[in-house]
Ligand binder design. Structure first.
Ligand SMILES: Nc1ncnc2c1ncn2[C@@H]1O[C@H](COP(=O)(O)OP(=O)(O)O)[C@@H](O)[C@H]1O
Ligand SMILES: [Mg+2]
Length: 195
């Protein structure tokens, strides 16, 4: 199956999972995430404002702020070679609705956060495999950004979003960890096992 087919099917899957179930899963994921050194040692956490069908990770933003962390959120530049930058986020008023249910920071250049300043990126995705490969929304923004990103990445996914294998190409950058409602997957170890 091509990535496109995975993308279409997983969007449909997310659409059909009830909001209450997603919220319950997210609560468990947050407990797991907050127990990790990844989270505890991160001063700056980057994450994407969720869309309607996704896990409502706004709760994580609140938890980060509460524990004194800086939060950075991405802005995508479709006309600039699918470039993406993260902006410091301190207040909902800094958001703008850029497309349908997609919210991004307003383009205040002084708020751009340097890549090596981000300790942990929570990478969004529709579908994952245990090796950390993912199906995103198809823009390849994260693959481009992560090429020279030096620190840690984690994705949060429901068990329903994990499949055995996802096709990948030379541009796809796998995440370091995946946290589900049931477990934490160490993707590097999984990649070693399967190589
Ligand atoms: N570092 C990169 N340089 C150039 N093109 C890239 C890079 N990363 C991804 N792409 C391209 O972006 C497009 C979307 O990538 P894909 O992996 O399908 O989407 P996503 O990661 O959003 O699911 C593909 O054509 C891919 O080859
Ligand atoms: Mg990709």
């Amino acid at each position: 199956m091509s990535k496109h087919v995975y993308r279409t099917l997983s969007k449909r899957l997310l659409h059909h999972i009830p909001r209450q179930y997603k919220d319950d899963c997210l609560n468990s994921m947050m407990v797991h995430l907050q127990e990790t050194n990844l989270w505890q040692e991160a001063d700056t956490v980057a994450l994407t404002i969720p869309r309607n069908n996704e896990l409502n990770i706004e709760e994580i933003i609140k938890a980060a702020w509460k524990s004194g962390k800086q939060v950075a959120i991405p802005k995508c530049f479709p006309k600039k070679n699918h470039h993406m930058e993260f902006y410091l986020y301190t207040n909902k008023k800094e958001l703008e609705n850029v497309y349908l249910d997609l919210y991004e920071p307003k383009d205040h250049r002084e708020k751009i956060v340097d890549k090596d300043f981000i300790d942990l990126i929570i990478v969004p995705g529709l579908l994952f495999d245990p090796q950390g490969y993912r199906i995103g929304y198809g823009g390849g923004y994260y693959d481009r950004y992560l090429v020279d990103y030096p620190n840690s990445t984690v994705s949060l996914a429901m068990e329903e979003q994990i499949v055995q294998y996802i096709p990948f190409d030379e541009n796809d950058i796998p995440v370091d960890f995946i946290i589900t409602e049931d477990r934490m997957i160490h993707c590097e170890i999984e990649r070693k096992k399967s190589s």
